[in-house]
Design a protein around this ligand. Structure first.
Ligand SMILES: *[C@@H]1O[C@H](CO)[C@@H](O)[C@H](O)[C@H]1NC(C)=O
Ligand SMILES: *[C@@H]1O[C@H](CO)[C@@H](O)[C@H](O)[C@H]1NC(C)=O
Ligand SMILES: *[C@@H]1O[C@H](CO)[C@@H](O)[C@H](O)[C@H]1NC(C)=O
Length: 800
């Protein structure tokens, strides 16, 4: 560095050694060994004398002096800022000492500043808080930077990196130092950008300028400048009805872009009538149920919710809650109209009741179907929506079923379905539709004759299933085969009990049977009735003794004689005792016994036949006139009997016995004549009868090969005609068959030919009717019976 020492000043130094002053100017921070100036030359010392003068400088830290050339050299670091600080003028003053002669020289080295220090910020960074509500134009002074250099090398300006919101200006404070000032150009929005980072640069005035930077952290603080915002304007949710209390429905959510207390939201329901059913948590926004929801009551709720932040901002939203129906209501069945009493003759299709069904649920949960549970003669017919008719489906019969319990079940179509049932009892009312019915198709009673009058002889009964008067039966006699006038004197019937009373003693011999038609009538309107026949058979009792027909006393009380030829052989049929019994059966089965005989052993008497035969030939010692006392007994219990006396005369001619007959006049001529004609007639009838029998047998054999040829003669043949009924003459069988049977039972050789009164039933019928007689007759040889003929003797008798 070239020294700039003013020459005249230098000369004066040379003159006064102590006051000589030499000044150099160097920039700071020269390298070691750099030449400051040739001090020796400037002091006017010659090079030759220099070693002797032993030049030294006092500021050895910074400078030394070359002993050979006298050059002042930099020996250490010269930092102006270190030496002089912030003083704008800086100089090092020191003395240079020369020996031989001793001289002290004052040396001043002015040190010039170089830009060797960059500006710097003391703090590592600058933190700044700016409220977002700050208006543009607000200034924020910042810390200044430091620069050790002075003058033009000192700090000159600040800059900030380009940004949207801030600009920077450099201000000078009162003490001259420069500081940066931040200017808000555009409003801040914390919600958009909550912090800003700026690079602040300080520049000095050097050439080239040096810089120092720091960061400015700007924290934007919140202002309550945002209203809460719900995540949805309308919240929609479906909720099953009947969910339990405190079921969570949904959560409404609002947000506030502010922070802190400005973002603390509280929720509340806006006034709405149904909010008592719901709870809203003011902090979380959770909505829960506060009661039981019923779809049938309200199917949709709309709730208004408000959110409010810490300040004044609010937001609103709607919550729509759709209640979903559940099948929680069973159908209801009600009877709109109902007739309890149903006549049993009601027509099929008659409406009994009108039924209404209802289900409060909706959709399929509310669709109801009805049916009847029991198997009853009723059915449901749907009339219109939710209405049913209960109608008669089948014919009713009160006598079968008087009451019906009808249970109507209504079921909806929910899942699972609900049902309800309603029962009614239907009463069927009676109609007189049943006639009384007798317990038997016909009745038959046997009443022994001679019964006490007024005795009950039979009871008929009929039942009627109808109710009340319709089923109340009374009895009466409506017809009979008795004479209408005689009827009431025979029988009567109790109207209530159906007991039949005999009004008199019956006589089997007069009336063997009769038939009544009894009627049972109920009290209905119109009344119904039924008829039944009651046949009364009058039984026989042994109340008639046998009556001897032959021999009978003459009109004058004289006895008849029977003649026996003297030469009669043993077994000769002398005569026959003929008797009748008005009773029938055993009571009329006669037996003959000899009570007394003038000559015992001469005659024999047929036990059943009554035939009197000679037992031996007549001897000389035997009397011509014989007498037999004969008893006739019937088979009743006890038996009744009659007696007859036979007068027998042994004679060869009538003349022979004439003397004997003087006492006993012979029968008159008209009688004999009649006897003769009757014999002829009977013979004729017998021949015709035999012819008829032969013809009948022939016809039978031809027409029914399977029929026994003996059929006609079998005892059963006789019973072909019904008991108590007169023989049917229109049958192929001849009326004589009855006579034939009678003959076979009673005797081989005899007919009791009776002149009957019209009102009398032939006794022969009864003979055949009697089973015991039938047995008896079956023992007989039928052929024998048919061969019966008038072998010897026939007697005629007219009954009076
Ligand atoms: C002066 O400084 C230079 C360089 O540092 C050195 O070489 C020399 O020896 C020094 N002279 C004296 C007298 O100290
Ligand atoms: C009907 O129900 C009643 C009471 O439940 C019962 O006493 C009666 O016996 C029932 N009738 C029929 C015909 O089932
Ligand atoms: C019952 O008999 C009477 C008299 O013979 C007759 O009038 C009536 O019709 C009969 N009734 C019946 C149901 O046969």
């Amino acid at each position: 560095m070239k020294s700039q020492v003013p020459f005249p000043f230098l000369l004066s130094l040379l003159c006064g050694a102590i006051s000589q002053q030499i000044q150099y100017t160097i920039p700071e921070e020269l390298a070691k060994g750099s030449l400051v100036g040739n001090l020796a030359k400037d002091l006017g010392l010659s090079v030759q004398e220099l070693p002797a003068r032993k030049l030294r400088v006092s500021a050895e830290d910074y400078f030394n002096i070359s002993a050979e050339s006298g050059d002042l050299l930099v020996s250490g670091r010269i930092d102006r800022e270190k030496i002089c600080g912030r003083k704008s003028e800086c100089a090092l003053e020191f003395e240079m000492v020369a020996e031989n002669p001793m001289n002290v020289f004052h040396v001043i080295v002015a040190i010039q500043d170089i830009n060797d220090n960059a500006p710097y910020f003391v703090a590592k960074g600058i933190d700044l808080e700016i409220c977002e509500s700050a208006l543009p134009g607000v200034k924020f002074p910042l810390d200044s930077a430091q620069d050790a250099d002075v003058e033009s090398n000192s700090l000159k300006t600040y800059t900030v990196n380009p940004n949207q919101h801030f600009s920077l200006s450099t201000k000078e404070s009162a003490d001259g130092s420069k500081y940066p000032e931040l200017l808000l150009e555009k409003p801040l929005d914390r919600e958009r950008q909550s912090s800003h980072r700026l690079i602040l640069t300080a520049l000095d005035g050097g050439n080239p300028p040096l810089s120092g930077t720091t960061q400015v952290w700007i924290q934007v603080t919140d202002a309550n400048d945002n209203a809460p915002v719900f995540s949805q304007d309308v919240y929609r949710v479906s909720l099953q009805e009947n969910v339990p209390r405190e079921t969570s429905v949904l959560r409404v959510m609002a947000t506030d872009q502010d922070e802190g207390i400005n973002a603390e939201l509280t929720y509340a329901f806006l006034n709405s009538p149904s909010t008592s059913l719901f709870n809203l948590n003011p902090n979380t926004g959770d909505i829960t149920t506060n009661g039981i929801l019923d779809f049938e009551e309200t199917s949709r709720y709309v709730l208004g919710v408000e959110a409010k932040d810490g300040g004044v901002h609010t937001a609103h939203c709607n919550v729509q809650i759709e209640i979903v129906d559940e099948n929680d209501n069973a159908p209801e069945v009600t009877f709109v109209s109902f007739s309890n009493q149903i006549s049993e003759d009601s027509d099929v299709g008659t409406v009994i009741a009108l039924i209404k069904v209802r289900d409060q649920d909706s959709g399929q949960n509310g669709v109801v179907t009805c049916h009847i549970q029991e198997d009853v003669p009723f059915k449901l017919a749907s009339t219109s929506k939710n209405y049913y008719k209960l109608v008669i489906d089948r014919a009713l019969n009160r006598e079968q079923t008087a009451d019906y319990n009808v249970t109507i079940t209504a079921t909806d179509r929910g899942k699972p379905p609900l049902s309800s049932r309603t029962s009614v009892t239907l009463h069927i009312s009676d109609v007189n539709d049943n006639a009384p019915v007798f317990h038997q198709a016909s009745y038959m009673v046997h009443v022994p004759e001679n019964n006490p009058p007024g005795a009950s002889i039979a009871q008929v009964s009929a039942s009627d299933p109808d109710l009340g008067p319709n089923g109340l039966v009374s009895y009466s006699i409506v017809a009979s085969d008795l004479e209408p006038r005689a009827l009431s004197s025979y029988v009567s019937v109790s109207a209530q009990s159906g007991v039949v009373f005999a009004q008199r003693a019956f006589d089997h011999e007069q009336l063997r049977a009769f038939e009544l038609t009894l009627q049972a009538r109920d009290q209905g309107s119109p009344a119904l009735g039924a008829n039944v026949s009651l046949r009364v058979l009058v039984g026989d009792r042994n109340d008639n003794a046998p009556r001897v027909l032959y021999p009978a006393l003459g009109p004058d009380g004289s006895a008849l004689f029977d003649t026996v030829p003297r030469a009669a052989k043993p077994g000769y049929l002398v005569t026959k005792v003929v008797a009748v019994d008005a009773d029938s059966g055993h009571n009329a089965w006669l037996s003959y016994h000899v009570l007394q005989a003038s000559e015992p052993g001469l005659f024999s008497l047929g036990l059943r036949t009554g035939e009197v035969r000679t037992a031996r030939a007549l001897g000389d010692r035997d009397a011509a006139r014989q007498r037999l006392l004969v008893a006739v007994r019937d088979g009743g219990q006890p038996p009744l009997s009659a007696t007859a006396t036979l007068h027998l005369i042994f004679a060869d001619s009538l003349q022979e016995i004439q003397p004997d007959l003087d006492d006993h006049p012979a029968p008159s001529d008209p009688q004999a004549e009649l006897q003769f004609y009757l014999v002829v007639a009977l013979a004729l009838i017998s021949v015709l009868f035999l012819l008829a029998v032969i013809l009948a047998i022939a016809l039978r054999l031809r027409h029914s090969s399977g029929l026994n040829a003996e059929g006609c003669f079998q005892p059963g043949f006789c019973s072909k005609s019904e008991p108590g009924r007169p023989p049917n003459h229109s049958d192929l069988t001849l009326p004589y068959s009855h006579c034939l049977c009678v003959a076979s039972h009673s005797a081989k050789t005899e007919f009791n030919f009776l002149n009957l009164t019209p009102e009398m039933t032939p006794p022969q019928d009864l003979l055949c009717d009697d089973p015991s007689m039938a047995v008896f007759s079956s023992n007989e040889d039928p052929q024998m019976a048919c061969d019966t003929s008038f072998s010897s003797h026939v007697s005629f008798y007219k009954r009076i």
